[in-house]
Ligand binder design. Sequence first.
Ligand SMILES: Nc1ncnc2c1ncn2[C@@H]1O[C@H](COP(=O)(O)OP(=O)(O)OP(=O)(O)O)[C@@H](O)[C@H]1O
Length: 290
Amino acid sequence: MENQANKLKRLVKEQPEKTGHVTRFVAITSGKGGVGKSTVSANMANLLANHGYKVGLLDADIGLANLDVILNVRIQKNLLHVLKGECALADIVVQVKPNLILIPGESGDEILKYNDQFIYERFFEEAKFLDNLDFLIMDTGAGIGETIQVFLEAADEVIIVTVPDPAAITDAYATIKVTSKIKDSLQMVLNMTRNEKEAQLIFDKIKKVALQNIGPKLELNLLGRLPDDKIVSRSVKQRTLFTNDAPMSAPSMEMKRIVNNLVFRLERKVLDTKADRSFGGFFKRLMEQF
Ligand SMILES: Nc1ncnc2c1ncn2[C@@H]1O[C@H](COP(=O)(O)OP(=O)(O)OP(=O)(O)O)[C@@H](O)[C@H]1O
């Protein structure tokens, strides 16, 4: 019988290996915890997978509702176990549905703390089975910690999620300010907003402050908004995804707009194709920066 590791390798490698295949790395972060970062990450990855993209979802945040809980999958070990040499990468990867895998992580601090050269070499070799991913969506922790910044710097696109409450906005702004030192463009998602007007108003205020204090060099964009909706909270409680449960609902339609805007941006963006654009290459960049 085919074991789990081989099955995963086969599933992810269904397509013939493309030379020069590009994986796009998207980091989702927030200033404050509990603003919907994991909910946005999981539903974004789900919609991209529905579009036919091969998507990896990396949980680099151990918060209240982890991605395995949101996606209703069982995990036993995570990236930390791989980096400690206790299991193989293929053993921890969970196939959520066709085109969507979950890579269970740990807090970024823990992940990047391990630096055993021998295990790294094996890890990068093993990571080749993830080379066909079109997107890696990373749910990072909240705040302005050094490790989170390392993940954000290595990403092609950084999305900062916030909610309208003043404390969350202040913290989101702190993230924008710190991250503007390493990124020229940042995306925002305003979650739990009453309507589009409210989202735009809040965004305009943040943008004005950013322009005054950071300057015009930073391109700050509103990628989209999500309403505060029972459909979203209910799906999280039921361990389902609202983009599956209620695909025609207001939150799903807004989530589709966010995903379309993201894909549009990334398709236009000139990516650094000199850098190794594989999952392993991305991790190498992380380790080098840390
Ligand atoms: N648009 C929304 N409408 C209603 N409830 C929401 C919405 N977005 C998120 N929530 C609820 O907010 C809570 C926190 O969401 P989530 O776990 O995604 O946040 P987080 O920022 O990832 O948190 P953490 O910092 O713990 O990782 C969840 O219970 C979720 O149901």
